[in-house]
Structures are given as C-alpha cells and as structure tokens.
Ligand binder design. Structure first.
Ligand SMILES: CSC[C@H]1O[C@H](OP(=O)(O)O)[C@H](O)[C@@H]1O
Length: 362
C-alpha cells in the first residue's frame, strides 16, 4: 500500500512525490496504476517528467507543482554539468521549464512552481551555477513543505464548517495523492478522523478518468473513513435523499472573481447543491488562486484524448471508433454557486473580488 495514508491514526508522510536518495531524479507514485498496483516511477529526463504530468501519473494541482519544483532542481543539476556560465545555464533552464509548462494548461500550480524556480535562478545570478543548483534544491523542498503546512491549515478551516456524522459529497480527488499530505477537499475528513470524528463521504467516480473511484475511495477506505462510491449521475439522488450536508471539492485554478476551475463535472455538482440548498465549498491553497485571471472565462480548459472516454478502463471500446467525442478535463464553477473558498489563510466568502484580494495583502 502506498505510504501516504493514516498510520496509527495520524496522517502519514506522503510518498506520492519525492526526490530520489541521490537527488538526481524525482520519484513519483504512478497514480494511473491505483488502486490495483502500487508502482513508483523514476523521472530523470525532461520527457519522462513531461509524460508523467501529461498522463496523470502524477496529478492534482499541488502535487503537480511540487513535482515541477523537484523536476527543475534535477534538471538544473544536469544543466550545470554541461554549462558553467550563468547565461547559458539560464537559457537551458528556461527551455526545460517551458517544455514542462506545456504539459497541462489548467492547473495554475504547474506554472506557479516553474516560475518560482526560475525566479530563484534570476535572484541568484551573482552566484555560481553549482550554488544556484543547491539553492534550487532547497526551494523545491520548501514548495513541498509549504504545501504540507497549507493543507493542514485548509483542513482546520474546512473542518470548522462540518460536524461529526455529516454526509459530505466530493468530486474527483483532492486528497493526499493530489497534494503533499492531508489534501484539500479531503483534508478536513482526514483531520477529523485523527480527532475521532466520522463522516459519510459520497465519492463521485468522476468519469472519464475515474479519480473518484480509483483514488478518493481508495484513500478514504484505507484510512477507515466511511465512503460510498457513486456514479456521477447519482449525485442528485443522494442530495435529494438528505444524505449530504456539504460538498467539498478541490480546485485547479481560481479566478479573481471566485470562479473556480476543477475536474469536469464539478460545476454540475455545484448547480445541484444550489438547487438542494446544500453548501458547496471549494478548498485549495492560495498557490491555486490566479489573480491575473479576472473571471473563469480566462481559464484555459485542457482538452484530452477522446479515447479516455471510449476505451480507457474498458476491455473493448464502449462506442464506435468513428464516433466523435468532446473530452474537456475541467469545467468552471461560477462564483455565485460557491458558499466559500477555503484556503490556508482562512475562509473566503462572497464577494470574492474583495475577499480573495485580502489573501495577498501583507
Ligand atoms: C488538490 S487539486 C486536485 C484537483 O486536481 C484534479 O485534476 P487532475 O486529476 O486532472 O490533476 C481535480 O481537478 C482535483 O480537484
């Protein structure tokens, strides 16, 4: 079992993204193999790193950012072996950074982490490339450590919104696998579990890539948290039955007005929650908030291979080869449908154009 779950009632140190012992590769838990196989991949070339992000072998906005930070540290070491002058080092660094940044467009944490690593290089241009590489290693580790602190704080704020015995519906996966520890949407549930609280979680399977079935129900089941796996089209009936007291979802990019991009299907859950009078919360670190995006219309939605709909996870194609598909990986939930945006700095309420700005004020 992947060592990212509860051990003796406490959240375990995650194993989903880490640096190799020799610091020359990034080691990730291959999330495409879960829940059946626990397999780790060693990423030591730009293409392996790109492919791991693109194929969702590592996934979840914060986890992608953490992985990107470590990737740029590993690549900087390789560049430093070839190039000793700063300008040459920076040029090659930027080339590799842009390549990784082109893997997936929606989760802001990818570009946020890559830009942070580049800014670290620029801020240390007076130093030798060897010293810069060492500083980049510390920065990558800090990105992961910060996220662990953020997830813990988000979990505390999120837990304040629910009570023991509540039914919680979630969509996709925003637990330890998608982050560095507790998770965001699932963080309050793991933290509550540590404190002896019990929740009844309804996990949408989340077609087509089934992160809810493969990952969320796996994390919660292994942690001893009550979870019921449902098809995406069953969210309405469980809400209508009165079994859901709150919806908790993660986010991949939040616009300045509070519109939030998350896994495809999330906006439908928000509309249902509104109809049934159930609070719908978005949980995520401030590193997922993009104040340069005025509204959700500015968020680029990743389109993925139609085969994920017709063939993936099926022994035989479930539709004719020639049938065309539309496979957006995310959708945007309008801010009017969101009861609160839970960050490590607190719970933001509408109007989000005001509450989100305050998160970035010193
Ligand atoms: C804690 S962020 C998790 C967020 O990322 C997922 O997307 P993907 O599986 O494509 O990386 C999904 O939108 C989750 O809510």
């Amino acid at each position: 079992m992947a060592e990212f779950l509860m051990e003796d009632g406490e959240m375990a140190q995650p194993e989903n993204v880490r640096l190799s012992e020799d610091g020359k590769a990034v080691v990730i838990l291959d999330q495409t193999q879960l829940p059946n196989v626990t397999e780790f991949l060693t990423l030591d070339t730009p293409k392996k790193m790109y492919d791991a992000i693109f194929e969702l072998q590592v996934r979840g906005a914060p986890a992608i950012g953490i992985c990107a930070g470590y990737c740029m540290y590993v690549l900087s070491g390789q560049i430093a072996e070839e190039t000793k002058d700063y300008e040459g080092f920076l040029a090659k660094f930027r080339e590799q950074k842009e390549y990784l940044n082109s893997s997936r467009p929606t989760a802001v944490n990818l570009s946020w982490a890559l830009n942070r690593m580049e800014n670290t290089v620029v801020a240390n241009k007076e130093r030798s490339v060897e010293e810069i590489v060492e500083i980049l290693g510390a920065e990558a580790k800090e990105i992961q450590a910060e996220d662990q602190r953020m997830c813990r704080a988000i979990s505390e704020y999120g837990l304040s919104l629910i009570k023991d015995g509540d039914g919680i519906l979630t969509h996709c996966n925003a637990g330890p696998l998608a982050t560095s520890s507790y998770g965001t949407a699932l963080g309050p549930l793991f933290l509550g579990k540590e404190r002896g609280m019990n929740f009844h979680v309804f996990s949408d399977e989340t077609r087509p890539l089934l992160q809810g079935a493969r990952l969320t129900s796996y994390e919660l089941q292994k942690a001893g948290i009550d979870v019921t796996l449902i098809c995406d089209n069953m969210a309405s009936i469980v809400m209508k039955n009165g079994w859901v007291q709150a919806c908790f979802v993660g986010c991949d990019r939040v616009a300045a007005n509070g519109d939030a991009a998350n896994k495809i299907g999330t906006s439908g859950v928000a509309i249902l929650a509104k109809y049934y009078g159930i609070p719908f919360y978005v949980l995520g670190p401030t590193s997922t908030i993009d104040m340069n995006c005025k509204t959700g219309a500015d968020i680029k939605i990743e389109l993925r291979n139609p085969d994920e709909i017709k063939k993936k996870f099926y022994e035989k194609p479930m539709a004719l080869e020639e049938v065309k598909c539309y496979n957006p990986a995310f959708d945007v939930t309008d801010h009017e449908l969101i009861a609160g945006i839970i960050t490590e700095k607190g719970i933001c309420r509408a109007p989000y154009t005001e509450s989100l700005v305050k998160l970035f004020e010193d």
